[in-house]
Design a protein around this ligand. Structure first.
Ligand code: FES
Length: 190
């Protein structure tokens, strides 16, 4: 049963890899495919990528590959931001931010899941914290789940607009990688 559940997401991952080829430019484009075929420690060490986010309009999202993982980059709408900020910590299943740039005990506020001054962007590793499927919610027409964020169809996990687990079997919020804004339109991940 588990194999059946994973197969669609394996295909999704390959689709995303192809999408990332289009979505990001320069040196970034070659290395994810090399990484997928031949992962090693040396390649891991080089895994810092820059992404031009100029084309990503409000309400849109792209997925790039970083260290062989899909990374979701979403340009949030004002409604998505305000609904994320309105959530009280005691409503959350996972109280921790899971932000690699913050201490492990940082709380899962929207502020701790985004960057100050850039709250309209959410950047997360797009791997469900249950059993590793890739949640839906990036592509046009995708299901977004009950909390208008991301939905993992493998076993029904629902994430909100800050990528926090709200319903279903996943135990943790989606991981926020270390990233920075090189400029208003360029993002460095890793
Ligand atoms: Fe099981 Fe996502 S992998 S809900």
């Amino acid at each position: 049963m588990a194999i059946d559940a994973e197969e669609p997401d394996r295909r999704d991952f390959l689709t995303l890899a192809a999408g990332a080829w289009v979505a990001v430019g320069g040196a970034v484009t070659l290395w994810p495919f090399i990484q997928q075929m031949n992962p090693d420690a040396g390649a891991q060490a080089l895994a810092s990528i820059e992404v031009d986010i100029t084309p990503v309009k409000e309400g849109q999202a792209i997925t790039v590959l970083w260290r062989g993982k899909p990374v979701f980059i979403r340009h949030r709408t004002p409604d998505e931001i305000s609904s994320a900020k309105a959530v009280k910590l005691d409503e959350l299943r996972d109280e921790f931010a899971r932000n690699d740039a913050l201490p492990a005990d940082a709380k899962a506020t929207d502020e701790n899941r985004t960057k100050s001054g850039h709250e309209n962007w959410i950047i997360m590793v797009g791997i469900c914290t249950h059993l590793g499927c890739i949640p839906k919610g990036q592509a046009l027409g995708d299901a977004h789940g009950d909390y208008n964020g991301w939905f993992c169809p493998c076993h029904g996990s629902h994430y909100d607009t800050a990528g926090r687990i709200r319903k279903g079997p996943a135990p943790r919020n989606l991981e926020v990688p270390v990233y920075d804004f090189v400029s208003d339109t360029k993002l460095k991940i890793g």
